[in-house]
Design a binder for this molecule. Structure first.
Ligand SMILES: [Mn+2]
Length: 332
């Protein structure tokens, strides 16, 4: 694996002209914020750059400056300009399958491919890797790439986007990797125009009434297992139907389980409407590796935050499997 440092990557970026930015399926705040932060830097540097991703921008991130310029990949469309790319920057993912439909286009492109990420166990597919698994977020890495270069200063658009990236991926500055350096970066972003009150309000306080009703259904179904360390929230198709919600409304549900006294592992299993799919979302505290649990269901993620999707299986059988794997991994 070919590693690249912040300064070399900054130089590589400034030496290229046609740049594609992309990130993972179901993009989160770090994916969108870091990609837009970098995009505004490329604009400052007069680069010809475009953002193409595989899934839509979540509603609560659409306020971010540049979000409306993000293109959603469409398999039926032609992308002739892909041919002229000289650099592809792949953010917040290290496994090419997380690019979904974009995967084959990116793999066959002659452009240099660089992965910028903070997840563990990267898979080899790119030319260069800038990976720091100790970083709070990809947004933090983008900040360090941009600030290598004294010519292009962080402007308000960059600051706001990187602030959103770090805010969301650090769980509002409370996850373990929120260190002194993260706060120093945040201070710089605020100094350069990021508005903490506005950004928090836009991202977290715009829940729909229906979403909160769905959360209520989830709360009324909560169960505790394994000496009350493990909390399970279950949502059925009918819960979505009666509240007129969909899987995009599940954002932050599983996180809320971690606020329960004594709970070390929080799990959400949801029967996705209009799909034969069960979504599993996992969170934990300390050394309970929910990533190991997600892998048992062909998913992945971090030590304390992971997920998986199971196709063509009933909610009951997924729940049973989950209990068995949890028992084997943590409570044997
Ligand atoms: Mn991230």
């Amino acid at each position: 694996m070919n590693n690249i440092d912040f300064l070399s990557l900054n130089k590589l970026i400034l030496s290229c002209s046609n740049i594609l930015l992309t990130t993972h399926l179901n993009p989160d705040g770090d994916a969108i914020g870091s990609i837009l932060g970098l995009y505004h830097f490329l604009k400052l540097a007069n680069k010809n750059s475009r953002i193409v991703i595989s899934d839509p921008v979540p509603q609560n991130l659409k306020f971010l400056d540049g979000a409306s310029e993000i293109e959603i990949f469409d398999d039926n469309k032609n992308y002739p300009w892909f041919e002229s790319l000289d650099l592809i920057l792949i953010l917040d993912l290290n496994d090419v399958t997380r690019l979904k439909g974009l995967e084959k286009f990116i793999l066959k492109s002659n452009a240099k491919k660089v992965v910028i990420d903070h997840h563990i166990e990267p898979k080899e597919f790119a030319d260069f890797y800038l990976i720091d698994t100790e970083a709070s977020s990809t947004g933090e890495l983008i900040y360090k790439i941009i600030t290598q270069d004294k010519l292009h200063k962080i402007n308000k658009s960059i600051a706001e986007n990187l602030y959103a990236a770090i805010l969301t991926d650090s769980g509002s500055f409370r996850f373990p990797r929120t260190d002194e350096e993260v706060h120093l970066i945040i201070a710089e972003l605020i100094r350069n125009g990021a508005d903490p009150v506005k950004i928090y309000e836009e991202i977290y306080n715009k829940n729909s009434y229906n979403k909160i009703k769905l959360l209520g259904k989830g709360y009324s179904n909560l169960e505790l297992f394994f000496n009350n360390i493990f909390c399970l929230m279950t949502l059925k198709k009918e819960d979505f139907l009666t509240t007129k919600t969909d899987s995009s409304d599940l954002e932050n549900f599983v996180e809320s389980l971690m606020a329960i006294n004594g709970v070390k592992i929080g799990v959400l299993i949801a029967e996705i409407p209009d799909a034969n799919e069960i979504k599993i979302s996992l969170r934990s505290k300390g050394n309970y590796s929910v990533r190991d649990l997600a892998v048992k269901f062909n998913g992945g993620g971090h030590l304390n935050a992971a997920g998986a999707r199971v196709i063509n299986e009933s909610l009951e059988s997924v729940k049973k499997g989950l209990m068995k794997e949890t028992q084997n991994l943590f409570f044997f």
